[in-house]
Design a protein around this ligand. Structure first.
Ligand code: ZN
Length: 160
């Protein structure tokens, strides 16, 4: 069976940056399970996996445009400290979920002053070319329930 839209896939992967440093890997854990064509993975990786089969091995390099995006300076915002009610202390590096015009977005605190908190809504891997080593472990038809949820259930997927 080939990877195509609405197919449930299990992969092992290692993600490296341009310098060859490992940023993320599924090795030593259970494989990642995802549903092809539902935005579970970054677009460039889904594109590279389309048409592949269990047992295939891929080495793919993905540009920021097909990865976590190009840095957008307009996603850096100054927010009054009063917007963080209930958070006892705010430090650089902390992450929060913020509401945006495009739904919830994860932002990182980059600067803290007495009154103003600067947050950055860019993904930490924005602007990076991503190098993936991928081994396809399993490819199967998704269940009706998985298709309606838009993700895969069971090992490496969602448990609920
Ligand atoms: Zn589900």
């Amino acid at each position: 069976m080939q990877i195509a839209k609405n197919v449930a896939v299990q992969i092992h992967y290692t993600l490296k940056n341009d310098a060859g440093e490992v940023l993320d890997s599924s090795e030593g854990a259970e494989p990642l399970a995802y549903l092809q064509g539902h935005g579970n993975l970054i677009p460039g990786l889904e594109k590279a996996l389309e048409g592949k089969r269990a047992g295939d091995i891929l080495n793919v390099s993905i540009s920021p445009e097909d990865g976590y995006g190009v840095r957008d300076e307009s996603l850096i915002q100054d927010v009054p400290r009063s917007a963080f009610q209930g958070v006892p202390s705010i430090e650089t590096g902390m992450q929060f979920q913020a509401e945006s015009n495009h739904g919830p977005r994860s932002v990182t605190v980059t600067k803290v002053t007495a009154d103003i908190i600067t947050v950055d809504g860019n993904h930490p891997l924005a602007d990076q070319t991503l190098h993936f080593d991928v081994k396809i472990i399993d490819v199967r038809a998704a269940s009706k329930e998985e298709l309606s949820h838009g993700h895969v259930h069971g090992p490496g997927g969602h448990h609920h």
